[in-house]
Design a protein around this ligand. Sequence first.
Ligand code: NAD
Ligand code: ZN
Ligand code: ZN
Length: 394
Amino acid sequence: MADTQGKVITCRAAVAWGPEEPLVIQEICVDPPQKMEVRVKILYSSICHTDLGAWTGVNEAERAFPRILGHEAVGIVESVGEGVKDVKEGDYVIPTFNGECGECRVCTNGVSNLCERYKVDPMKRLMVNDGGTRFSTTTNKDGSSSQSQRVYHFLNTSTFTEYTVLDSACVVKIDPNAPLKQMSLLSCGVSTGVGAAWNTANVKEGTTTAVFGLGSVGLAVAEGARARGASRIIGVDANASKFEKGKLMGVTDFVNPKDLTKPVHERIRELIGGGVDYSFECTGNVDVLREAFLATHAGWGSTVLVGIYLTPRTLPLHPMELFDGRRITGSIFGGFKPKSQLPNFAQQCMKGVVKLEPFITNELPFEKINDAFQLLRDGKSLRCLLQISKLLKK
Ligand code: NAD
Ligand code: ZN
Ligand code: ZN
């Protein structure tokens, strides 16, 4: 049994104090896990665009500071709360922002992965058990001491900290022999993209796909479509530096909107007589979503929304446009039910069905987390892996 079990742990975390304010690495206190909660030592965490969106605070309703961001990680269970049966101290786990309780009406039916109790909720900042936080600090952002103040949770996970507390529904056990750094990618980006292609769109062999936005999520869509045997994969991005990586993930044609004098969908309809079978919107831009929708073939084209839209604008379609027979749907966490389906997906990745290694473009120590945010913001990284704490034994 860990000698920290049942005790408060003092450790380092990167605390976000306000929109776009540099994260502050400081000491925080992490309470023991309560009933059906798990305390996890985070080993590696990477940064997803959704962290960037929460940090910039564009959507004011979702703001909550001070807060510990981060949702893409891998770690080791330090201790578990009362009633937790499926993981124990020493297990290797990945946190999941979209949980699975295994008991609600959604979890017990095969159709959706949006668990009634633990599905992703960008507004959520407190633990469900008691409406409190498990994080607190006694220092302000400038290092001066303060009364104990609570630090909010983020996306069911909060991984930019040496220790975090999660609901057990949001913890997935993985093979201890799996490559840990790469497993972090399954916590969000790669599962989201590959799952969107496999589970949501169900991309078939010999079909055509267009992917809008070639960050980790979009490139994972491409990799998923490649693994399914898509014949053409068109990658659309305004940052041409993404095209080199795209080739590795099976992207066959590249379109840079900046090089065009016509709308992107017209170019795609020219490239693939009439339009693609599937399109995926992975930028979070509503205008790009319209292009993705119109880039599919009338009659059967299918568009999957993956980006997170921080704007209050609504769907950029006229209802009559749906009479052309194009379909549109959203995908959270690639449609994967995390606890029941991710371990199998991890095995497939380890067998090489999906390549993980190219997604890690940078590695930095925890202290450099603000540099890692900047790399993603500048379009210079896919995933920058931060070493949050050291693995003492394995
Ligand atoms: P990223 O920043 O690494 O990649 C986004 C890419 O889109 C970049 O390459 C950028 O150059 C490109 N882009 C942006 N605006 C563009 C435009 N107008 N035209 C063409 N290209 C443009 O982000 P990511 O981590 O890959 O995440 C992608 C999106 O997916 C984000 O909105 C993120 O919040 C969302 N997301 C959704 C889920 C989900 O479950 N649905 C999960 C993870 C991430
Ligand atoms: Zn994410
Ligand atoms: Zn459930």
